[in-house]
Write a protein that binds this ligand. Structure first.
Ligand SMILES: [Mn+2]
Length: 349
């Protein structure tokens, strides 16, 4: 089957693509890349299984999206998945586990075995970042939009770098329970908990980081954000308190969107949503945004005239028995696809 004889009202097709979409990379304006990598998770693991599980769950989804009708017709393709990433992830994860266990039993980072394991993890993570960077850079050069499906939240570093270099002066809209502003968490330079620190320190084209839903962070992260005028935190507690005191979600979204420049990259950690939407994620936290609040905010960005220049979705951990986590992941992913396609002019062919 190809894109021309595809029936969007038919049964979801299990063709290995997200949403069972019929488009080749050539035909599609948006290409989804998958990074099945989960090395540094400090608590629950399993997000390296997310791309496959989300692809499977996503064929259950119907294409009509009231928030972006017909956007999918511009084409959503699925880049072939490099499963060597998942193999390497499992190997480095064994090293990372040793480091975490040694740390938790009171050893310091200067222990020799720990240094050896740490170096391997850090080197492997740097290589992954380079691969993702090159893949995204190449797609952007072909005029494609790119969305990334992780993996843990360390995976989009290379994608953010490539998009930032390509677009210049972008803002990040970051949905998350966590700030991810830690410097080399547990000694891992490219930790899932350090992604935004790394982005802010080493990608100068990221002019703004706007974090939404934050409810689990440390003093250092708050101090870092306070000292850096590029970083804005909309803490979950404050958003809830404003709501209790009568502020509408639209008013809050106006405040959030106002902080963003014209070009917006969305980094979506699934745990930014309330935990009933992601019960198996690695570090779930009570509170959080509802699915509809998150979708409304994404759409509000586009309605404001801003353009979405790329996105990632991370930290979905598929449950062993139910499809729920992957199902919500597929639906968040589809909304991200809809809004990025809606906010960009048609591809020149
Ligand atoms: Mn998180």
């Amino acid at each position: 089957m190809n894109a021309t004889d595809f029936n969007p009202n038919g049964v979801g097709i299990d063709n290995g693509n997200y949403f069972g979409m019929p488009f080749s990379e050539q035909e599609a304006q948006l290409v989804l890349i998958s990074v099945p990598w989960d090395v540094t998770s400090s608590y629950g693991s399993g997000s390296s299984n997310a791309p496959d599980a989300i692809i499977e769950a996503s064929t259950q989804l119907d294409f009509y999206d009231i928030a972006a009708p017909d956007a999918w017709r511009k084409g959503i393709a699925t880049a072939g998945i490099d499963y060597s990433i998942q193999d390497r992830s499992a190997r480095y994860r064994a090293d990372a586990k040793k480091v975490i266990q040694l740390l938790e039993s009171g050893n310091t980072l200067y222990d020799n075995i720990m240094q050896f394991c740490l170096n391997r993890v850090n080197k492997g993570s740097a290589e992954l970042n380079e691969e993702v960077y090159n893949q995204v850079k190449e797609l952007l050069a072909q005029g494609k939009l790119v969305g990334l499906v992780g993996g843990d939240h360390s995976t989009p570093y290379g994608a953010i770098k490539a998009v930032a270099e390509h677009e210049q002066n972008i803002g990040l809209l970051h949905f998350d329970a966590h700030c991810d502003l830690r410097c080399a968490y547990e000694g891992f330079i490219h930790s899932h908990a350090s992604i935004m620190y790394n982005v802010m320190e080493s990608i100068p084209q990221v002019a703004k980081l706007v974090q939404v839903g934050i409810r689990d962070c440390c003093d250092d992260e708050i101090a870092y954000a306070a000292a850096n005028d590029k970083v804005e935190i909309f803490a979950d507690h404050t958003l809830a308190a404003n709501r209790f005191e009568g502020m509408t979600w639209k008013q809050q979204c106006d405040m959030i969107v106002e902080k963003l420049p014209q070009k917006v990259y969305i980094s979506f950690d699934i745990d930014g949503l309330s935990p009933e939407n992601c019960p198996s994620t690695g570090t779930p936290v009570p509170g959080g945004l509802s699915f509809n609040e998150a979708v409304y905010l994404m759409k509000h960005v586009v309605d404001s005239g801003r353009r979405i220049v790329g996105f990632d979705m991370c930290e979905v951990v598929p449950h062993r028995k139910t499809q729920w986590d992957a199902n919500v992941g597929a639906r968040v992913l589809y909304k991200l696809c809809g809004q990025i396609l809606r906010s960009n002019p048609d591809e020149e062919k």
